[in-house]
Every structure is written in structure tokens, then in C-alpha cells.
Design a protein around this ligand. Sequence first.
Ligand code: KIV
Ligand code: ZN
Length: 522
Amino acid sequence: MTHASDQDRVLIFDTTLRDGEQSPGATMSHEEKLEIASLLDDMGVDVIEAGFPIASEGDFRAVSEIAKNSRNSVICGLSRANFKDIDRCWEAIKGAGRSRIHTFIGTSPLHRAIPNLTMDEMADRIHETVTHARNLCDDVQWSPMDATRTEHDYLCRVVEIAIKAGATTINIPDTVGYTAPRESADLIRMLIEKVPGADDIVFATHCHNDLGMATANSLAAVEAGARQIECTINGLGERAGNTALEEVVMALKVRNDIMPYATGIDTTKIMNLSRRVASVSGFAVQFNKAIVGKNAFQHESGIHQDGVLKNVETFEIMKPADIGITGDNIVMGKHSGRAALRSKLKNLGVELGENQLNDIFVRFKDLADRKKEVYDDDILALVSISDDATPDHLALKSLRVVCGTDGPQQADMVMVVNGAEKTATTTGDGPVDAAFNAVKEIFPHAAKLELYQVHAVTQGTDAQATVSVRLNEDGRIVTGSSADTDTVVASVRAYVHALNRLVVRRDKTGGDTKEISYKDAG
Ligand code: KIV
Ligand code: ZN
């Protein structure tokens, strides 16, 4: 893009709800997708890729509703290189104030072999599909999937065809996370130099993190002339994930002296979004993750603490407040009221609606009755497991577990299943196993347990445990989470949460699992 005023502006294209949500296990509910889209819009994301409308009825509904509710962001939908996908995509996004069709096809030798198209046939397909998309929508993005492993001559040829057919953004995906920073920059530079019409469009960079270079590759592409970065919150995405939004945005802000490019992101909203995405996707953020990890602003060693106390800049290159974390001295306990909780949450960078706040307040009071001091992390754990709108088909009523050195452990459980009380007494290899066996006896199902994860929220033997459970039933993947000072109770609640979500997905969609294949370009 050559307009002088746009030279230094880098567009942020967020694909948490498409590439991020596509990663196995990160499935979000309809309401969660709407909430995340609204937070992204508020934060100043330029383009929200809201989903893949042809992938399922659920994706179509979510993209349509996100489009209708959009305020400032452009709403984009993904489509493969065929008219049916593109038409479906347009149907979903056309209600937005500003909409974009994103269409793609794999152009590298390995990807060309899948639909079995010759180079010429693929070139024709690109011309036809981009033309079709442009006849529907003024804003069309085209991506040669696996661009970084595509022959340079062919890449230049197809990019030129897409531009001539009306594409307004050309995205260069490093689909398998294979490129390195210098190569990423060279590729963008080559395209800008060689392809006729390149000056009239925006080049985007879309990197995956398989070799841990996604952020560096994206920034290198920007320095070479790309003016759109595609990224996800927390780097969510298939395999090792996508470029993390918080990393590129904060790198551009903190090192603006050597990378003088601006984004439209309100960085103080980053932490809240990071927590919400971690919570709804079930993908916890690693403690030492750049920018949003729990330890990103903590100073443990004596030398560091000493330095920070004397001058915070000795070991801090950015302030916690820059991403929405502001400290306070309020200690929470059972006498703390709703106003104190609201203020605490605000200081932690969490923004909640009135209903959510009420829900968290009830849980907070319950926790404060059992735990003398409620730490910031305890409160964040309550937020992260705050109820979604999933109806309770089954709910835990009571649980008693007998443990001991002589095993086997035994669980006595009462559950309410669709209004009726059911009981079970089961044994297992450990208390959690015994309790999960009771759930299976009361509510038989074929879902496979794919992930069981426990984290202690704080230190101390009265610490809360947060538990995540991921289930897979015939490709329908759901995640449940819960927190409690009793690890077994938290585990069963997380399991039950996941089962409730599974029931909803079965009811709503029957076979609505995403079995879409990228190879079906035709
Ligand atoms: O990584 C990739 O190539 C993609 C495309 C669909 C743009 O996500
Ligand atoms: Zn991708």
C-alpha cells in the first residue's frame, strides 16, 4: 500500500475465531464466539476473521451474528476456491457494516497435488473464484496456502492473477511454520518488486509457529512492506499455533524506535481478552508466555526484586498497566462486598457484564467462606470458569470419596440427570478415577477422555485447583472446566461441564462436526 498516510499503519487481522478455533479441542460455543468477537472489536482489531461459514451450520450462524453485531471491525469469512463456499461466505458476512471475503487455495507442489490441478488449471481457478468473490464484495482477500513452499515464479504469477481479478489484500501464509525471518522478508519484498499491481493492494503475513518463529517472521514481513499481520490471541491455533496478537502488537509498541509502525489496538484490553480466550478455548496460557503469561511481570530472584524496587525499568521493558493489569492493595475475604469485587476485577483487567459479575460474586462468597484469604489468582480462576450458557442436563448433587493406602478408592455419587436423581457407588484407581467411573455409570456415554489437566491456582494446601477436561465423541470435541479447593469435586464438575456441552452439540447439530477438508477446492 503506497498512500503516504498509510505507510506506517499495520492492520491487525485476528483469526482466533477461525484458525484458532480450528485447533483440535479449542471449540467455542456460539455465545462465546459472539463475546470474543465483541471484545476484539472493542480492542480495535481491524479485521476479525469470524469463521468458515461453509464448515457447519454452527459456523454459519456464528459468523452471521458476529457480522450483524459488528461495530468498527471489518468482518471476514473464509472460503475455499469454489463458488459454493464463496456464496455461503458472502451470505454469512453481508450483514456487517464492512465485510470481507477471504478465499484461498494451496499453491505449493504438495498442495497442488491434492485437488490434482495442473498449474494452468489452478491459475484459471484462481481467476474465476477471485472474480466471483469480487462481484459479491468490494473487499476480497486471497491467500496462496503454503506460499512459503511455493515456487517463486508460480507464486508471482498467481498473485498477479488474483490482483487482476480484484483481490484487495494478498495474504502470504507460512502454513506449516517453515520460513525464517530473513526469508519471510525477502518473499514479501520480491512480490512487491516483481508483481504488477502490487502497489495497489495490501500484503498480509500469516505465520504459524512450528519453529517458534511466527512473531519474528511476521515482524520481518512488515519491515519488508507487509501492512497486515494475521494473528490470534494467545497464539491459539493448529499444532504450535499462529502468531500471537499480543506479541506483535506489544513488540511494535515497545520497540517503536526501530519498528516505527502503528496499530489501532488498545493494548490495555489485551489481558482481559487473553484470559477470556484461555477460558473459553480450554487452552491455558503457559506461565512463561511472552506478554500474557502469569510470570511475565513477576520478579522472583533477589537481584531482580531489588532492582525493580529501586527503579522498575531495571528489569521491566513495559508496564503491566500497558496490557491492562493494574495492581491494588485490596485483600479480599469474606467481608468484601460486590463493589470491592468489581474494583478488584477492574484492576486485574477483567471487564464483566452485570450478570457475570453477579455469578462471580456468588462463587466468590462461597470460596471466601472456605478460604481465609482470597488471592488475585483465586478470583481470576473464578472468572475463568464462570458459567457459559450451557444448560445443565446433568449436575453433581453430592460426592463422597473414600481414600486410603490400601485402595481401591470408592466414590458414592448422587447426580441429577434431566431432573431425576441417580446414584452410583464405584471404585477406581485413585479418587478421580473412582469418581469418573461413577459419572460414567450414571450417564453412560462413548466420549473418550482426551485431556485431564489440574493446576493449583495459588500456593498452600487450601489452594483451589482448576481442572480442564476434554472429551471427544465421534469428532465432536468439547472442553469443560471447573475450580474448587477440593480437587476431586473440581474434576467431576469439569467432567460434567464437558458432558453438558456435548449434549448441547449433539442436540443442536446432529452430525455438525467440522469435517471440512481443504482439499475440496472444486
Ligand atoms: O495457514 C494457512 O495457510 C491458512 C489459510 C487458510 C490462510 O490458515
Ligand atoms: Zn493458518
